[in-house]
Design a protein around this ligand. Structure first.
Ligand code: URA
Length: 263
């Protein structure tokens, strides 16, 4: 995290200890401040806006096929693979077209024994180049969000994506790509066995909840994915584009913390 992010996280922590969780400099809510910081990052990168309608349609189709019949056969050992075997299966995967254009398979980052598992959408260019999820601008905001609730990937958070390979030009994942990759994520969740899952963005949220609702309708509730409590929030890239949603994201993080505190 940047020095600025570290200082912000420390400040938020201090306010929380003082019993003022909603107060940050300038009278902004913490999430709003995160959003403003993120806006600056957005100006630098010129992040592209995604078509929400297109996203919804794609995940709807993929969610259907999750429950449905057309899934390709998965490698037979995947369902019983241990963590290292699963990683190796993922690194060698050619089950969908994304294998052709990828530089790297982006399997995970953080602590596989972490309490919290964050599931995002798919690697972008930075992640494809490094093999590490959430290292670009959205990843920096994700780290800042985690730090604001005293969590870090180094210690207690495991981070991965629905798709392990980058869709060309950062286009939306296609249903058959999600379908091909889902068994990896399913086994990954079983093996990491987190206390709580945090789905960031529509693709992860819809796949994990099995719902086709819009993200704004999904957030604010606790779900169960195979018995693991699941909270849904906006993707940090969406927060970069829509700083006004940051307060809602902050509330989602508080909901997640309530579950973690109760464990
Ligand atoms: N967005 C994601 O959903 N995942 C990443 O790893 C990077 C950006």
């Amino acid at each position: 995290m940047s020095e600025r992010g570290t200082r912000l996280a420390a400040y938020l922590d201090q306010r929380r200890r003082l019993g003022e969780p909603g107060i940050v400099p300038g009278g902004l809510a913490p999430g709003e401040l995160l959003g403003l910081l993120a806006t600056e990052a957005e100006r630098k990168t010129g992040a592209k806006k995604k078509a929400e309608v297109g996203v919804r349609a794609v995940v709807r189709a993929a969610t259907r096929s999750r429950a449905g019949s057309e899934a390709k056969p998965v490698p037979p050992q995947l369902g019983t693979a241990d963590y290292e075997e699963l990683r190796e299966i993922a690194l060698a995967c050619t089950r969908c077209r994304l294998a052709e254009g990828r530089k790297t398979v982006v399997f995970s980052d953080g602590n596989p024994a972490g309490r919290l598992m964050v599931v995002g959408e798919a690697p972008g260019a930075d992640e494809d180049a490094t093999g590490i999820p959430f290292v670009g601008q959205a990843g920096k905001l994700l780290d800042l969000m985690l730090a604001s609730v005293e969590l870090s990937r180094q210690e207690s958070v495991y981070v991965c994506n629905v798709l392990k390979c980058r869709p060309p030009g950062n286009r939306n994942p296609r249903p058959d790509e999600i379908e091909a990759c889902a068994p990896l994520l399913k086994r990954q969740i079983e093996l990491v066995a987190p206390e709580v899952l945090l789905a960031v963005g529509l693709f992860a949220a819809q796949w994990l909840t099995g719902s086709t609702k819009a993200l704004g309708k999904l957030r604010g509730e606790v779900y169960s994915y195979q018995g693991v409590p699941l909270v849904v929030t906006y993707h940090p890239a969406a927060l970069l584009r829509n700083p006004g949603w940051s307060r809602l994201a902050w509330e989602d993080l508080q909901l997640m913390c309530q579950i973690m505190d109760s464990k």
